[in-house]
Design a protein around this ligand. Structure first.
Ligand code: TYD
Ligand code: MG
Length: 463
């Protein structure tokens, strides 16, 4: 018998090492390397003895394509993110922090499908049937006709599915609890997660069943992050939200059958997730417009406009190294905006603590938020409240220039619809459409905006 070979695999990013070390060079995480036996692993599974290959038929690139049929779930927000429903034979990864509502969302989607007469199998490796039934009752999904299984062995699951032909959707909750006989490592390790995912994806392709894999994202790296299966699946959806807030955002980060960067917005209620058709109203609901340091940002998420409030607090610091804290936005972008304010606009922030918060637990990914963040920061520093009926958008360059962003017209339309009257934005292109009764204030340099906000209030400003 061949000697068992072992490797050290980073549980966070999947990098492989022949020796153990404390830190993974691939992703920089500590204590994520775990020894795994690879002799029986993924690489060795199919076609191991095929020494001599068979010729396959080469196909032309041009040819008939059947339009991918869809299985719409009836949950509009979910269908928007997947691009119109689940594609038969595809594999979808739904990732997110534990407790964010992945099982809830999928139970609701499964119930809708089952009510529409499709066969749905829900396999849980985490919860007992009693727990799942309890949730289903709460969601009024118990009578929908979903088939339930509590199982963690992939071979058993596949054997069960083989008997349940014409299944439209299989939900695996979660991929980290599964294990296969062919691999010796513990459940949740990279090798196990990969092998199990591969077996299930093969099943999906073979039978035309759509497979949804649930994956927990953990920072500690004790359990393999779902990132290691991201490249194997057809679509990756992340379910996010801040603890303590009831908004949840489903975000497509990869989609082979539809648009990526699309979002679906939900609200967690006592009876499950309810869909939010107009997220801006929700995010702006708790606004107090008279306080300095708040700017409304008109952002784009995929094809949809989302208006959110960016709040800044700039206060003199008692510390040698002032604090910079940001919630809901990229830390590096805040540093960049602060540097541009200092270097190009003479706004001194070196002795101030800076806090930036995006209201409602929303996370901004649109680069056009620079201008709104800068406006909020200057407003807080100068103590001058911004006009309550204005929205801000625009990307900043390091020179201090305000750069144009995508889809300005759509942002303006949405702002007008929600009762805003003006926008501070990059100079519009030639021939851009104007919105009725809406004032556009183009700024080409950040310094102009700073001067406008701080008239009489910004004693910190030089010159
Ligand atoms: P769950 O779907 O179990 O999360 P995940 O599968 O991502 O780990 O949801 C867990 C949270 O959602 C839990 O804290 C309770 C809350 N919840 C509600 O607020 N309302 C509901 O109707 C349900 C089913 C759950
Ligand atoms: Mg769960």
């Amino acid at each position: 018998m061949a000697k068992a070979r072992s490797q050290f695999i980073c549980q966070n990013c999947g990098s492989v090492y022949s020796r153990w070390s404390g830190k993974c060079d691939g992703c920089g995480e500590w204590n994520t390397l775990v020894e795994e036996n690879v002799d029986t692993g993924v690489a060795a599974a199919p076609g191991r003895r095929a020494a001599k290959g068979r010729a396959i038929e080469l196909l032309p690139l041009a040819g008939e394509i059947a339009e991918a049929p869809r299985v719409p779930t009836g949950l509009g927000e979910l269908d928007r993110v997947t691009g119109g429903g689940f594609v038969p034979g595809s594999a979808i990864l739904v990732g997110g922090d534990p407790g964010i509502g992945k099982s809830t969302l999928l139970t609701q989607a499964a119930a809708e499908l089952a009510r529409a007469g499709r066969k749905v199998v829900y396999v849980s490796g985490e919860e007992s049937p009693a727990q799942i039934r309890l949730r289903a009752q709460r969601l009024k999904a118990a009578e929908a006709g979903i088939s339930l299984a509590a199982e963690t062995n992939v071979e058993n699951i596949l054997a069960t599915l083989a008997d349940a032909a014409d299944t439209a959707l299989v939900i695996i909750d979660s991929i980290q609890t599964l294990w296969t006989d062919t691999v010796e490592s513990a459940p949740g390790t990279v090798t196990q997660v990969r092998s199990c995912a591969q077996a299930l994806i093969r099943h999906a392709k073979k039978t035309g069943t759509a497979v949804v894999l649930v994956g927990h994202v953990t920072k500690e790296g004790q359990i393999a992050g779902p990132r290691v299966v991201e490249h194997m699946v057809d679509a990756v959806l992340y379910f996010e939200g801040e603890r303590g807030h009831h908004f949840r955002i489903l975000r497509a980060v990869k989609n082979r059958f539809g648009p990526a960067d699309e979002i679906g917005v939900f609200e967690m209620t006592g009876a499950g997730l309810s869909q939010v058709a107009n997220p801006s109203q929700l995010f702006l609901g708790e606004r107090s417009s008279s306080a300095p340091g708040a700017a409304v940002f008109a952002g784009m998420e995929g094809t949809r406009t989302v208006l959110v409030e960016i709040q800044a607090l700039v206060a003199p610091s008692a510390l040698g190294t002032p604090r910079r804290a940001v919630v809901g936005w990229d830390n590096a972008r805040l540093s960049m905006v602060l540097a541009v304010l200092e270097a190009r606009c003479g706004v001194r922030l070196g002795a101030h603590d800076v806090y930036l918060n995006v209201a409602g637990g929303y996370r901004i990914t649109d680069p056009a938020a620079d201008l709104a963040a800068a406006a909020a920061l200057v407003s807080s520093l100068s103590g001058q409240a911004l006009p309550a009926d204005a929205v801000y958008f625009g990307e900043l360059s390091l020179s201090g220039a305000v750069r144009p962003v995508i889809q300005p017209d759509q942002r303006l339309k949405e702002a007008a619809k929600l009762g805003f009257a003006s926008a501070i934005m990059p100079p519009p292109r030639e021939g851009a459409a104007s919105v009725k009764d809406f004032e556009c204030n183009p700024v080409s340099e950040l310094a102009d905006l700073v001067a406008r906000i701080a008239v009489g209030g910004l004693d910190n400003e030089e010159q």
